[in-house]
Every structure is written in C-alpha cells, then in structure tokens.
Design a protein around this ligand. Structure first.
Ligand code: 5AD
Ligand code: SF4
Length: 550
C-alpha cells in the first residue's frame, strides 16, 4: 500500500468552537447549562448519483450530527456544504462545476463557510486538477476517505468518538492506476452503526451497504477507479444491521453495492457456508466455495421474522446486479423468500454482442436472455429494469438496432438510458469516441420513445388489478423543484397532481412503490404513510400508475 498523499487543507477552527467547548461537562448536572450558541457549523449535504452515494451521505450526515453539528435546511443556510459527487457521466460533474459561482457568492456572504467535495469525482489520479475545476471547494475527499470528514474538519471531540483517522484510507493499483481501497470502509461502517451515527433519510425504507467497490472490467466505467476493488462487509454485521432496522420499524431494506451479486467472494471461507459451491459461469473464473454469497444473505435477512412468522422487513431489494454473477442460487432465493420483491434491475448496456465485447461486459445476449428467462420462470410477474447507453465507441446502426430489438424482445418495465460519455482514465479512452454527439443523442431519444410505448403497455396490464403499495411520500399540492430535474417521478407527479387537485379534508396525495417497483399515486389519509396499502389501479402512464384504496 502506498501512503496517503492528499494535501490536508488547514482549516481555521470552525466558527467559535474552542476545543472541547461542546464536550460533556464533568458534572452531569451542568449539561443543561450547555450554551445554545451556534458553536459548531450547520451542514448541508448535496448528493448526486446512485443509491450508494445516498447511503454514504447518510453516514457523513450522521457523523456530522454526532459530532454536534446541526443540519441546515438549505445550502444557503449552511456553514458547511458537503457535495457528494457522481462521475459516471460528464453531465453529473458539469452540474457541480456549474454551481461553483453560487458557492463562491455564498462564501463571500458567509466568510466562515466551508465546502467539502467528495464522491466519485475525487480520485487519486485527478487530484491535482481538482482545485482548478472546483474553485469554491476547500477540501477534497475520495469516497474511501469520507469517514475522515469529522477529523479533517477538526470536529472530532470527546463527545464524538466517530472520527476515523485511526483507519486511514489507503490506495491500491488497478490496471496500473493508483486507486482508493475501500477495505477500511467496512470497519468505518461498523463503527458508525455502533455509534448510531447514520442519519437515515427515511423512516420507512433503508439503504444497507453490503459491498463496496467494483472488480468488473467494463471499459467505459469510472467506478473501479473511483471506488477501488470489491470489499464485502462481514455477513453477520449486515444481518445485525438488518435486524436493527426491523426493530426500528423499517418496512423496506435495499441491499446496496456497485455489484451486489459478487458479495462475499473476498471473505474468508467458513465451515457454515460449506454448502455454497459455486463458480462463475461466465467471465473471469472465480471460486466461491464455502464463502457467503448474496443468496445466503438474502435468505438470512428474510429469516428475520416477527412472532407470527412473517418477515420482519416485509420488502427486501438489492441493487445493482451484474449479469455475470447472477447465480441460480440467487434466483432460487428470490423465488423462495417472501420478502424479496418481485423486481430485478439487471443492466444490459447494449443489445449487441460485439458492443458487449468492446464494453468488456463478459457475457453475451444469449446468456443474458437465458438468465432473464430463468428469473421470469422462477418469479412469476417479476418486473425487469435495465440500464443502457447509446453511442459507445464504434456503435454502428446495426449494433444500435440490436439494442432496440432487445428492448422489444425483453419488454422491460423500465429502462434507464443515457448517451455515452467518455470518462478520463477508463480503458475506453483508448478506443475512438467516434459516434457524433448528435447521433448519440438521436439514438437515445429514439430508444426512449420505443421504451415509452413498452412501459405504457406493461403498466396498462395493471389496470383493474390491485397492487400492494408502500406509501412513503406525501406529494404537496404545488410543484416543487428537484435537483434531479426531468426524472420520471417528477413528471408523473405533476400529471397526478391535476387528478388529485381538489381532495377532501384529511385526504392527501400519497406516492409509493409497488413490490414490482412501480410508482403508484393514490389519494388516501396521510395516516397511511409508512404502511403497505392495497391500491386498485385505475390509470396507467408510461412511468407511473394511479389508483384508489382497494
Ligand atoms: N457513459 C454513459 N453511461 C455510463 N454508464 C456507466 N458509465 C457510463 C459512461 N461512461 C451507465 C451504465 C451504468 C449506469 C449506472 O450508468 O448504463 O449501468
Ligand atoms: Fe456515480 Fe457510479 Fe459513483 Fe454511484 S458509484 S456515484 S453511479 S460514479
């Protein structure tokens, strides 16, 4: 391991926080006399990107809260802004670059304000250029350095034993490039959980990280360089966290990882997992004998039951799966476990074998379709979703047509699509990025139009049926702005708002997801928030359903 080389920014002490000013007084009776002045900074976390980032942000916010800081309602009101970035496409990074002017103005108005930038935009390889790209930022942390936030800000104190300097981040080599190593994140998570220092964004659905990093070979993707190699959390720690979530009343848990399907391969073999005898069937060989896998984990979380024998967490999901590790064992677990939702997100990226080869995906369309057929067979009514991007290096009209053909064959419930965006340092930079931007965009628009028709047809199949919906959001009557503008949720919400314009007193416009992960709008008493309600579907759009309580 090479030493850490991040330049530590020297921060002036945050506002008036004299060392120990907020630590517990020796005499407990004095606690109530603790000054209520704003001694520590209030913070705001701006999160972009995937669910893993959201989960990481919950951990950072929890650490800040545990160190005595307060959460600010907005960026404008905060003394400390933490930006958790996504680097998957240039557009996600451009969004943050575009805010630098606003941040600089906020800093002029509040000279004590500090900005920390973390997430996938911060990599060992690009650190020297970051200050120029993000001039309003005071400190940069790689994703694996996030547990150090408190210490680096000088906020660790006697009352906040949640800093993490003891578990210093490290780097490793991936394809000759120095990248971060998530090994210590496993321990940092355990400490954060033990200290209660995770500020969960919802009291209904929880993220539960199970594996950090990515070992795959996708040539277009920045993640192996931003998040380093795969590191699994210990099996029992995950089950214990799930049990605690069940006790706390969570109704839904999503197991998280860049590649949840490869969970456990890096853990030590144990006699209790001797029955796990698997090899990968495609891609690079991997002996997983006697190590826990996702199937074991799913079964163990499903086995947390209430006294009447039903799953204590009624809904269990996992994202994201890579087709190369989608084992029969996992499909069987999905079919056997009542809590596992009837939905699977399985990114395909392209419908063309030659494209998949250039993308380094390690499977063929034939293999992928065989997996889907097996899942559909094992889990009747399963909803399928995928990721696709258009215009990757050398994509011909015929290869693009293969992707459209795949959509028409599979008939996904939902497709997340984008245009290819070359990412610095990825293997694909050695291939010519030769599909003109206009062609990438047109293919994307055409693909989305095809999928819109398919999504509508899939959703119409729900008309007249009853869906079990976990209601988790009250939709305010007036439009509100989204950071991730243009998303389907926002679009379907404004459409449904009109339908629910004049609701009687005591009835609210609620939003939730069915087990099949469909967005469902319903007019219902707000007291139903956090419960699973049966909703009779009366209206279907391409991205959401609408109904009434059954
Ligand atoms: N350009 C465009 N889309 C990408 N994705 C990953 N890397 C890129 C890139 N360089 C997409 C893939 C992945 C999803 C999270 O983002 O479809 O599954
Ligand atoms: Fe974005 Fe990927 Fe990083 Fe998630 S892991 S934030 S999708 S780059």
């Amino acid at each position: 391991m090479s030493p850490r080389e991040l330049p530590v920014v020297e921060f002036p002490a945050p506002v008036s926080a004299a060392p120990g000013a907020m630590s517990s007084p020796a005499d407990a009776r004095l606690t109530e006399f603790r000054p209520e002045t704003r001694a520590l900074p209030s913070f705001f976390v701006w999160t972009l990107g995937c669910q893993m980032n959201r989960s990481d942000s919950e951990e950072m916010a929890g650490r800040l809260l545990a160190s005595g800081c307060a959460e600010a309602p907005s960026m404008e009101a905060a003394d400390l802004v933490v930006i958790n970035t996504c680097a998957i496409r240039e557009a996600a990074e451009a969004k943050v670059i575009g805010r630098q002017g606003v941040l600089a103005r906020l800093k002029t108005a509040n000279p004590g304000m500090r900005v920390v930038l973390t997430g996938c935009s911060v990599r060992t390889s690009n650190r020297s250029g970051l200050a120029k790209r993000y001039p309003a930022v005071d400190m940069f942390l790689r994703p694996d350095e996030e547990p150090e936030l408190i210490d680096r800000l000088g906020l660790a104190s006697a009352q906040a034993p949640v800093g993490a300097l003891a578990m210093t981040a490290a780097t490793t080599l991936v394809k000759g490039a120095e990248v971060s190593d998530a090994a210590h994140l496993v321990r940092a998570r355990a400490d954060a959980i033990a200290a209660g220092a995770v500020l969960r964004g919802s009291a209904i659905s929880a993220w539960l990280p199970i594996i950090y990093g990515c070992d795959k070979t996708c040539t277009y993707c920045i993640v192996p360089f931003s998040r380093g190699p795969e590191r699994s959390r210990p099996f029992d720690e995950i089950v214990a966290e799930a049990r605690a979530l069940a006790t706390a009343g969570y109704r839904e848990v999503t197991l998280l990882g860049q590649n949840v399907n490869s969970y456990g391969h890096d853990l030590a073999p144990q006699p209790r997992f001797a029955h796990v005898q698997t090899q990968r069937t495609v891609g690079r060989a991997q002996d997983r004998t006697a190590r826990p896998d996702l199937a074991e984990l799913v079964r163990a979380v499903d086995a947390i039951r209430t006294s009447d024998g039903v799953p204590a967490i009624p809904r269990l999901r996992y994202v994201t799966s890579h087709p190369w590790d989608l084992s029969d064992r996992l499909i069987e677990a999905m079919a056997d476990c009542p809590s596992v939702c009837e939905a699977l997100h399985l990114p395909v990226q392209s419908g063309s074998d030659s494209m998949l080869r250039r993308m380094g995906r390690q499977y063929t369309i034939e293999h992928y379709l065989e997996r889907l057929a097996r899942i559909r067979d094992a889990v009747p009514g399963v909803a399928l979703s995928t990721d696709i991007f258009t215009g990757f290096c050398g994509e011909t009209d015929a290869e693009y047509a293969d992707t459209i053909h795949l959509l028409e064959t599979v008939r996904y419930d939902q497709v997340f699509a984008a245009a290819y965006s070359e990412r610095p340092g990825t293997p694909a930079t050695r291939l010519p990025d030769d599909v003109p931007a206009e062609v990438k965009r047109r293919r994307l628009v055409d693909l989305l139009a095809v999928q819109e028709g398919i999504g509508l047809e899939r959703n119409r199949a729900w008309l007249g049926r009853t869906a079990s919906v976990l209601l988790d959001t009250v939709v305010p009557p007036r439009a509100h702005s989204h950071d991730d503008d243009g998303d389907e949720e926002a679009a379907s919400t404004s459409a449904s708002r009109d339908a629910f314009a004049n609701l009687p007193d005591g009835i609210a416009h609620l939003l939730g997801r069915s087990r099949e992960n469909k967005l469902v709008h319903v007019a219902a008493p707000a007291s139903l928030l956090g419960t699973e309600a049966d909703v009779l579907i009366e209206h279907a759009g391409p991205y959401a359903l609408r109904g009434r309580l059954a």
